[in-house]
Design a protein around this ligand. Structure first.
Ligand SMILES: Nc1ncnc2c1ncn2[C@@H]1O[C@H](COP(=O)(O)OP(=O)(O)OP(=O)(O)O)[C@@H](O)[C@H]1O
Ligand SMILES: [Mg+2]
Length: 382
C-alpha cells in the first residue's frame, strides 16, 4: 500500500439487532441509538460501513429507511416482506435456507457459506480461521495505513510529553518550534518560522500567553536556536534565561534603544517578546520600527505575545505592525469571531462555542486553517 494512503474502509457488523434494542431503543432514541443512526447517515462518506443482521424489528425501526441495501431471508410472516418494498406474491412459496431477496430489485441471492459443515459452530469456527489468517497476513499493518482515529485533545499536556510525542529533542527542527498537541491526529503541532518569520500569541489576562511563549521558546532552544528574550513585564519566560542557547535576556528597563539596535543587527536569531505593547518608550519603539529590515535581511525571527485588544489596535504606524501583518499566530480564549483577525483565523459561532480548558489555543500554523492545540505547560525547565 502506498505510504501516503490509509486503509479505506471500516466495517462495523451487528448480529441479532433485536438483542441491542434494549440499549438502543425501538426508535434509536437513546444516545447509542442516535450514534448508530449518525453512522448510518454519514458514516459512508468517512469510509465507515455498517452491516446489520436482525429479525423483523429491523424493518420497523428507523434503520429501515436509512439502510440502502436490504436482503431479506426467509421470514415467518410473509406479509413482512412488504415492509421492505417486496411483494410477497412474487416470491417463491418455499424459500430455502440462505436464499435472500434484495429489497429494491427482488433479485434472488444465495448467501455463501464458509464451511461445508452448515452448523453455526462450524461457520463461526471457519470465520475464526479466516480471522487468524488475516491477522497473520495483514496484522503488521504500518500505523500510517491505519484509518484515522478521532481522538480527544487532552485538557492538559506537559512540555516533556509534547517533546516525547515529537520524537524527542533530537527530532526537533530548528525554526519549527512545537507549541503543543493538537490537530486532527492529536499529534505535536509546530509553528513554521522558516517561511513566515513572525508568530504572535494573543489572549486575555492569565489566558496562558506567556506559557505558550515558553513552550515555543523551549523547543527552539532544545533545537539549538540562539534566542534573545525581552520581557518588559514579569514573565515566566525569564526562567529560560539561564539556558546556554539564550544569547541575552532583557527585562523591564533593560530594554533600551541601544539594546534593540544591537539585537536587530544580530544574524539568524529568534527574538521572543512577551507583553509586547508594554514597551512604550518612544526611543525604543522608534528603534523597533526597523524590525522589518531585520526580518527581511538578517534572518531574524520573532515570536511575541500580547493582549487581544492590544493586538487588534495595532495600526500601520506601530512597530508591532510588522508582527501582526503576516497573520500568523495562536489565539487563546477568543472574545468574539473578530478576535481571529490578527492571527489570520476565520472563526465562527460553532468554534467560539466550544468548551476550552486553560491553554487551549486556536492556531494558524501558516495554512490559514483553524487548528485546535493544547499548549504545552509545566515540566522542569531544564
Ligand atoms: N497550557 C496551559 N496548560 C495548563 N495551564 C495553563 C496553561 N497556560 C497557562 N496555564 C495556567 O494559567 C496561568 C497563567 O498563565 P500565563 O502566565 O501563561 O498567562 P498569561 O496570559 O501570560 O497571563 P498574564 O496576562 O498575567 O501575562 C498559569 O500559571 C497556569 O496555571
Ligand atoms: Mg504573561
Amino acid at each position: 500500500m502506498p505510504a501516503d494512503q490509509k486503509i479505506p474502509h471500516i466495517v462495523i457488523l451487528f448480529d441479532q439487532w433485536e438483542g441491542f434494542l434494549n440499549g438502543i431503543g425501538d426508535n434509536c432514541q437513546s444516545s447509542v441509538g442516535q450514534a448508530v443512526l449518525g453512522l448510518l447517515r454519514e458514516g459512508a462518506s468517512a469510509g465507515i460501513h455498517l452491516i446489520i443482521a436482525g429479525d423483523r424489528s429491523l424493518l420497523s425501526s428507523r434503520t429501515n429507511s436509512l439502510v440502502e441495501h436490504k436482503y431479506l431471508l426467509r421470514l415467518a410472516d410473509r406479509t413482512d416482506y412488504a415492509m421492505a418494498g417486496l411483494s410477497p406474491r412474487e416470491l417463491p412459496e418455499k424459500i430455502g435456507s440462505g436464499r435472500a431477496f434484495e429489497s429494491a430489485t427482488s433479485r434472488e441471492t444465495q448467501f455463501a457459506v464458509l464451511d461445508a459443515d452448515l452448523s453455526s459452530q462450524a461457520q463461526v469456527r471457519a470465520l475464526g480461521v479466516i480471522g487468524q489468517k488475516a491477522t497473520q497476513s495483514q496484522g503488521g499493518v504500518d500505523l500510517v495505513h491505519v484509518p484515522a482515529v478521532f481522538k480527544d485533545l487532552p485538557v492538559k499536556v506537559s512540555y516533556p510529553q509534547v517533546l516525547s510525542a515529537a520524537g524527542g529533542a533530537s527530532a526537533l527542527v530548528p525554526w519549527r518550534p512545537v507549541l503543543g498537541i493538537g490537530g486532527q491526529d492529536v499529534g505535536p503541532v509546530s509553528v513554521d518560522l522558516m517561511d513566515i518569520p513572525t508568530f504572535i500569541v494573543g489572549g486575555s489576562t492569565r489566558s496562558g500567553k506567556s506559557t505558550a511563549l515558553v513552550a515555543l521558546t523551549r523547543s527552539c532552544l532544545d533545537a539549538g536556536v540562539p534566542v534573545v528574550l525581552m520581557t518588559p513585564l514579569r514573565s515566566p519566560l525569564r526562567e529560560l534565561a539561564a539556558h546556554p542557547s539564550v544569547v541575552a535576556s532583557y527585562a523591564g528597563a533593560d530594554i533600551t534603544a541601544e539594546v534593540v539596535r544591537e539585537v536587530l543587527a544580530m544574524e539568524n536569531i529568534l527574538l521572543v517578546v512577551d507583553d509586547a505593547s508594554a514597551i512604550t518608550d518612544y526611543p525604543v519603539t522608534d528603534e523597533f520600527k526597523k524590525i522589518g529590515a531585520a526580518l527581511n535581511n538578517n534572518g531574524l525571527r520573532v515570536i511575541a505575545a500580547d493582549g487581544l485588544d492590544e493586538l487588534d489596535r495595532v495600526g500601520a504606524l506601530s512597530w508591532m505592525n510588522e508582527l501582526v501583518k503576516r497573520r500568523h499566530g495562536a489565539l487563546l480564549d477568543p472574545a468574539s469571531i473578530f478576535s481571529g483577525k490578527p492571527f489570520g483565523l476565520a472563526l465562527n459561532q460553532e468554534i467560539l462555542g466550544q468548551v476550552r480548558p486553560v491553554g487551549r489555543a486556536l492556531v494558524n500554523v501558516g495554512d490559514g486553517q483553524v487548528t485546535s492545540v493544547q499548549v504545552a505547560s509545566g515540566g522542569e525547565v531544564f
